[in-house]
Ligand binder design. Structure first.
Ligand code: HEC
Ligand code: HEC
Ligand code: HEC
Ligand code: HEC
Ligand code: HEC
Ligand code: HEC
Ligand code: HEC
Length: 418
């Protein structure tokens, strides 16, 4: 049975769904040959298919929701022992876990988005990191979502849940932190169509009922001077997915998406995860200002030439940004530098975190610079797009961080540093 989720039939807001309520809600026979759910990757023949139940076609709601907390009188595997919120087959999220490592049972999504040992029939689901799927990097540190969230720096699921619950009305106290960014009833298979954003997987937390990126005005081409980074191992093709076109029209506007949360100072409970920014409130991360009055990598116009003419602290900005036509004010995407879930870089002693930073940026593998700094040298991250000559190898983030201003290089300096 294929059904469409329709407003008016199912209340969508802050309620914990009893199994019976969800039963009425889901199994009302609504014909929906081409509804958004059946077009989602979960809702079609290649979609959800829990190996512990039988009698339901792939894509059926029952692969995620147990209709009466039981099917045919018995609760199928996995069993949570009691009715789970939203009548899901397991508890949505274990909020006793305030930080990684996470185990499969800590999050409903991990039961399938795990390399092996999950409940999806046919085995685990392979998902690479963003800089691999969209950036073309060829070495995988992890191949599933559970593994990503267990890396050195990761989007802390407990903190996301708390923050989203405070800020967004659709998000309930028992909602899944993944659902702050993804709508499981709508999301598509972007990984197999990386250059086609109509296959987007994300929904803005401020607009959870819609996909984000699928429409032309939801792309990086909204900014007049976005230029996507090179695809790995190429200086002729670009992200996403290795295409020649590089006007931003194939890249989701991730800035608007991330800023739904990061325009605010977000709280962190992870021990030791202090901000590099001394002006940020204790226990929080810096509110990111990507406007014309904010960061240089956002909409604020840069001060110097890409060729490096200017004060003693300047360097050049390298290809593709120095290629004609050189724009006077590039706006970067958050995901040119960050991975959305996690980072494979190791923080070492130099900094409190690796801030979800990508291992590969603009056709550059971000490397270490000496035995004490393991696999991550700060200057090598910057050298993905810049050259410079005013500092050594490390300590760059002491002066260059989001919101950083008025920090000298070698002489007087008034203005932004990042
Ligand atoms: C019952 C198993 C199951 C559960 C539970 C599940 N998924 Fe999936 N998911 C799938 C399958 C199957 C695919 C398609 C896999 C493929 O394309 O290789 C998929 C695909 C996706 C995709 C698109 C990328 C891709 O791999 O194609 C995203 C994003 C996604 N799921 C997110 C989630 C989130 C978030 C949750 C929890 C709210 C979740 N999934 C729970 C089975 C599941
Ligand atoms: C639903 C709200 C939400 C959205 C959307 C969101 N974040 Fe976050 N982010 C948080 C919260 C809460 C934290 C603090 C908890 C933590 O450490 O992960 C955080 C932490 C971070 C950190 C610091 C992580 C660390 O361990 O040092 C970075 C970097 C970051 N986010 C980048 C992004 C990027 C890039 C995007 C867009 C792809 C994004 N965020 C989207 C809520 C959000
Ligand atoms: C990939 C797993 C998955 C599939 C398949 C799925 N759901 Fe859900 N559903 C969820 C999750 C997870 C939630 C909890 C959302 C949250 O955490 O806030 C949910 C919540 C709901 C809700 C509560 C309101 C909301 O949207 O948050 C309704 C109603 C619902 N699902 C109906 C359905 C129906 C009807 C189908 C089939 C047409 C279906 N679901 C298929 C995972 C799934
Ligand atoms: C802060 C927002 C955020 C959170 C939280 C988040 N994701 Fe994602 N996720 C993203 C973004 C952004 C992408 C890139 C997708 C795109 O452009 O379509 C992505 C991609 C994915 C993909 C596709 C990966 C591929 O193969 O390309 C899967 C699967 C996925 N997320 C599952 C999850 C699961 C499961 C959770 C919770 C454990 C989760 N996500 C939490 C933002 C988030
Ligand atoms: C993905 C490419 C990329 C990475 C990585 C990157 N930058 Fe940039 N940066 C740029 C671009 C492009 C501009 C020009 C922005 C503009 O035109 O407004 C810029 C501008 C700047 C400026 C302002 C220059 C001026 O003329 O005022 C500073 C300072 C800067 N970057 C420092 C850094 C540091 C330090 C790092 C490493 C922590 C870094 N950048 C990493 C692409 C990048
Ligand atoms: C003591 C503070 C300080 C430290 C440490 C520092 N910088 Fe800078 N840096 C500055 C100042 C001030 C500027 C001029 C600001 C601007 O260009 O907007 C600057 C400018 C730059 C630029 C100029 C970009 C352009 O296009 O002109 C780059 C690139 C850069 N720094 C990289 C680095 C790297 C890499 C490191 C670490 C090896 C580093 N900086 C360490 C203060 C510092
Ligand atoms: C040019 C590369 C680059 C881009 C583009 C970029 N970031 Fe960052 N981000 C960094 C670096 C480097 C750090 C670590 C230094 C610091 O704390 O600012 C960082 C740190 C962060 C942090 C942690 C801040 C803290 O107080 O600890 C958050 C949150 C974040 N970024 C979010 C974003 C969002 C949201 C966007 C897009 C609007 C974005 N970043 C774009 C390079 C980048």
């Amino acid at each position: 049975m294929k059904v469409e989720i329709k407003a008016g039939i199912c209340p969508g807001t802050a309620q914990i769904f009893s199994a019976l309520f969800l039963f009425c809600c889901i199994f009302m026979p609504i014909p929906a040959a081409a509804g958004p759910y059946t077009q989602s990757i979960h809702g079609n023949g290649a979609g959800v298919n829990r190996s512990t139940i039988s009698g339901y076609a792939a894509g059926n709601c029952s692969h995620c929701h147990d209709q009466h907390a039981s099917i045919d009188g018995e609760e199928p595997e996995p069993t949570s022992g009691s009715a789970s919120p939203f009548a899901l087959f397991s508890d949505n999220f274990n909020d006793a876990i305030e930080m990684a490592p996470y185990a499969m049972a800590d999050n409903f999504c991990f039961y399938c988005h795990i390399a092996a040992g999950g409940v999806q029939s046919g085995g685990g689901i392979t998902n690479y990191q963003f800089h691999v799927t969209f950036g073309g990097y060829t070495t995988n540190a992890v191949t599933d979502i559970l593994g990503a969230f267990n890396l050195d720096s990761y989007h802390n699921l407990y903190d996301i849940q708390n923050f989203a619950q405070d800020k967004f009305s659709f998000f309930t106290p028992v909602s899944n932190p993944c659902v702050a960014c993804h709508n499981p009833h709508l999301l598509k298979n972007h990984k197999d169509h990386p250059a086609d954003p109509t296959y987007t997987t994300i929904s803005r937390p401020t607009d959870h009922g819609e996909l984000w990126g699928d429409e032309a005005d939801e792309r990086m081409s909204n900014y007049t001077s976005y230029r996507p980074p090179y695809y790995y191992n190429s200086t002729t093709t670009y992200e996403p997915g290795g295409v020649a076109l590089h006007d931003g029209s194939l890249t989701t506007d991730y800035n608007a998406f991330c800023l739904d949360c990061h325009q605010f100072e977000v709280p962190v409970t992870t021990v030791g995860l202090a901000s590099m920014n001394p002006n940020t409130s204790a226990g929080h991360l810096t509110a990111i200002d990507w406007s014309a009055g904010g960061d240089m990598h956002g909409q604020r116009a840069r001060l110097f030439d890409v060729g490096g003419a200017g004060s003693g602290c300047t360097g050049t900005i390298i290809a593709p940004y120095n290629a004609a036509p050189v724009k006077s004010n590039y706006v970067l995407s958050c995901l040119d530098c960050h991975d959305p879930h996690a980072s494979v870089l190791h923080s070492g002693a130099n900094r409190p975190s690796t801030y979800l930073l990508r291992k590969e940026i603009n056709n550059n593998k971000v490397d270490g610079c000496g035995p004490s700094v393991d696999n991550f040298c700060e200057s090598d991250l910057c050298f993905s797009c810049h050259t410079n000559s005013h500092a050594g190898a490390q300590g760059c983030f002491n002066c260059h961080y989001h919101g950083g201003v008025n920090i000298n290089c070698a002489g007087p300096w008034v203005g932004p540093n990042f």
